[in-house]
Design a protein around this ligand. Structure first.
Ligand code: GLA
Length: 745
């Protein structure tokens, strides 16, 4: 970052004392008022940069008090004014972004503007994932420094803007320049105040095997929370919401994307206040948080990503996808073709031998797969999920030799080799636990909560992180391993660390996340070509924080294609298809027994990083033939899928019978529209589907694909496909899928 005198996108107007941050299509504005309070004046559609403080009202509201320096002005209250960083202690009874406890038992701060600076490029966050800029002109940064009126506490607010993606990132840093120790009870990454309230919230609740259902909640005059107290971002909630107008759709209307770059417990709260104004506060979950900040120390929050579109949720998602692919994911694998893999989990579970593995690998080679992934069960005493975690020593009897030997044999058969690990966990029945019981999170004298009969290693400890690094190094260096699936199969509880004093136990949850990040950073630094896939019982840790380190994440332990259309639809609001790992699995499906044709399973797995997860030798001749053809289809069109523009065409929640999505190559040379039939109803008219994102003046050649083969449909004008639409016949059998490829002529 370089200090700037003049910034292009961030404007300070010294007459109005406003800071206006512009992106290509949005404007964000703050104002330092006559009391040096930093008020929030605007976030939304791009404006001409006036002073937008005129949209809010100084009003005498009974029981909303006035700060000491405006004690006789009944119209000035922090309980009603929109603020940039609301704190406990100013007479604001709404949810806050900062709550500090002092040595004498009192709480509160009152931060006022002190100074500001502009920089070219994106700010950095040491030890935490964050968006980053390549060249200085990709992003600009504003740092505003505030000082507490009554102490030497300093607060720095960070803003970076990526104009092209209408993305603004925020983070805050509290610096203790006092001579006493304070405790931070709550410290959010950011708050957003709106003086109007016609919003609803699209959020992504779910559970294991049913992640990220898109749900829309209207805001009432109360506090609505999207929150995980699980120590991970979780299946139950995702750290992302869209605040949208009541008439917003995929194509029109206002949409604000709000997403934490954080993988731990979090809290995104929306409060509609007594006047009907809305405040959103997003950050670390404060229920498991109490941070001791000694004199001279500082604390930096995780980052929050904000994006705005006035053209509906579709454009918002595409901006976020582009930003994630261009400026978040650190892995060398970003924007590269992901190998077509076959994973043995649902093929064998724990019950495999070397011969069985090699049988799958041979078939995989025949069908043109790129990579074989050996899942759980290859190490320690691990033939069931009750033992062995922590002992990352290959079970050579089961593998028929060393791990390196197996990798070599797989390579010789023509495939790359990948491996599964769960570095954060330990089973009590393991040598690791017998040697280091104190490494597991547990409260002294209490029997800890188990989940999947396992305990969580205390990653807040450096020695535990170092152990994990060593275990990973040993495994990754024991052979030619080109892929790692890092799993994490339970939520955190019993948050007690044996090496921290009593008054620091409230730090364990966040320190755990920082510890996990440190180990992931080790992988990025030392294995730049390793493809790391994140996983937490499927998509229990699918967030922007993880994506910084892992370019793809196993989306769900539910591999049923029809359920996956809903899960992947929800995931697509924030996360690009390149990150959404999706596999063809066996039928009847292992989670719900549904039987779906292989063409539908494949077309659905193409909505992400594509692979298989079944015993390839159980496929019929016809299914094998189809698989081969589909892999060459993927190889031809992977860029359209993984780097292209994504359109949600028919919402699986809204239409009972059909769901559809479209992927358009960046240069608009081709597009793929996938249609999945979820249910049948005899006698229904064909459906008209409007394409999106084509080159409007061009003509495209359309080819229809299904399980049987393909058929050229002829030439279509893009303008017709996007207005009148394309007629899609209803399915003749349940759970069918068809996909259309449009090639520009
Ligand atoms: C989790 C993962 C699965 C599989 C199993 C192995 O559930 O999500 O894909 O790796 O663990 O135990």
């Amino acid at each position: 970052m370089q200090l700037l005198n003049n910034s292009k996108y961030i404007i300070y107007n010294d007459k109005d004392n406003t800071f206006t941050i512009n992106s290509n299509k949005s404007t964000y504005q703050m104002k330092v008022d006559e009391n040096k309070s930093l008020l929030h004046t605007w976030y939304g559609e791009k404006t001409v940069g006036s002073d937008y403080s005129y949209i809010f009202t100084h009003m005498d509201v009974g029981f909303s008090g006035n700060p000491g320096d405006r004690s006789t002005d009944k119209t000035y209250s922090f309980d009603t004014l929109p603020q940039e960083f609301p704190q406990y202690g100013t007479g604001d009874f709404r949810i806050n972004a900062l709550d500090v406890l002092w040595e004498n038992g009192t709480r509160g701060t009152d931060f006022r503007y002190s100074s500001h600076e502009f920089y070219s490029g994106k700010y950095n966050l040491e030890g935490q994932p964050h968006f980053w800029s390549r060249e200085d002109n990709e992003a600009e940064t504003l740092v505003i420094t505030l000082k507490d009126r009554f102490s030497e506490l300093k607060l720095e607010l960070y803003y970076s803007v990526f104009p092209e993606f209408d993305l603004i990132t925020r983070s805050a840093k509290l610096i203790n320049e006092t001579s006493e120790t304070v405790f931070i009870k709550n410290f959010a990454s950011a708050a957003l105040d709106f003086v109007y309230s016609d919003f609803e919230v699209l959020h992504l609740p779910g559970q294991h095997t049913g992640e990220r259902n898109a749900e829309i909640t209207e805001l009432g005059r109360n506090i609505f929370q999207v929150r995980s107290t699980r120590g991970t971002s979780s299946h139950q909630h995702n750290p992302s919401i869209i605040l949208q107008g009541k008439d917003t759709t995929e194509l029109v209307g206002e949409a604000y994307g709000i997403s934490l770059v954080y993988s731990g417990g979090f809290n995104i709260s929306c409060e509609k206040d007594q006047l009907g104004q809305i405040r959103v506060v997003a950050g670390i979950d404060d229920s498991n948080f109490n941070w001791k900040l000694k004199a001279g120390e500082s604390f930096e929050t995780p980052e929050l990503a904000l994006s705005y579109s006035s053209n509906g949720r579709g454009e918002l998602s595409r901006n976020l996808h582009n930003a994630v692919n261009n400026n978040l994911i650190k892995s060398n694998w970003v924007n590269k073709r992901r190998p077509v893999l076959v994973n043995n989990w649902e093929a064998t579970y724990f019950d495999f031998t070397k011969d069985k593995i090699l049988e799958i690998v041979r078939k995989a080679k025949e069908l043109n797969f790129d990579l074989f992934v050996l899942d759980d069960g290859w190490f320690g005493k691990r033939d069931l999920d009750i033992s062995g975690l922590g002992d990352w020593i290959p079970n050579e009897a089961k593998l028929g030799g060393t791990l390196g030997d197996l990798a070599k044999e797989v390579n010789e058969l023509g495939l790359d080799f990948g491996i599964w690990m769960e570095p954060e966990m330990v089973n009590e029945d393991s040598d690791l636990y017998r040697t280091h019981p104190e490494w597991a999170l547990a409260i002294p004298g209490k029997s800890p909560v188990r989940a999947r009969t396992q305990l969580v290693l205390d990653f807040s400890r450096k020695d535990v992180q170092d152990f994990a690094i060593e275990a990973l190094d040993n495994v990754l260096q024991s052979g030619n391993i080109s892929y790692l699936k890092w799993d994490m199969n339970r939520s955190l509880f019993d948050l007690y660390s044996a090496v921290l004093p009593a008054d620091r136990q409230g730090e364990v949850s966040h320190r755990y996340v920082l510890g996990v990040y440190r180990v992931f950073q080790h992988l990025l630094d030392n294995y730049p070509d390793l493809l790391v896939e994140g996983c937490s019982g499927g998509g229990g840790r699918f967030d922007l924080g993880m994506l910084y380190y892992t370019p793809q994440i196993w989306t769900s332990d539910n591999t049923d294609a029809i359920d996956r259309t809903r899960i992947q639809h929800g995931t697509s609001f924030f996360y690009p298809l390149s990150t959404i790992s999706a596999h063809v699995s066996a039928v009847p499906n292992h989670q719900n027994q549904r039987v779906v044709p292989i063409s539908t399973r494949a077309a659905t797995a193409l909505q992400g990083a594509f692979g298989y997860e079944l015993d390839l030798n159980t496929l019929t001749e016809a299914e094998q033939e189809f698989t081969k053809k589909f892999i060459s289809f993927y190889n031809e069109y992977w860029e359209t899928v993984q780097k292209g523009d994504y359109y949600r065409i028919i919402d699986p929640y809204e239409d009972k019978y059909i769901t559809a999505w479209e992927m358009v190559d960046k240069s608009k040379n081709n597009a793929i529209l996938v249609v999945v039939y979820k249910d049948l109803m005899t006698g229904r008219l064909p459906k008209l589907i409007r394409w999106q994102g084509l080159d409007r003046n061009a003509t495209y050649k359309l080819t229809l694909y299904n399980g049987e083969g393909r058929q050229v449909l002829g030439e279509y004008k893009a303008a017709d496909l996007e207005t009148a639409g394309l007629k899609i016949e209803q399915a003749s059998r349940n759970y069918d899928a068809v996909w259309y490829v449009a090639e520009k002529m």
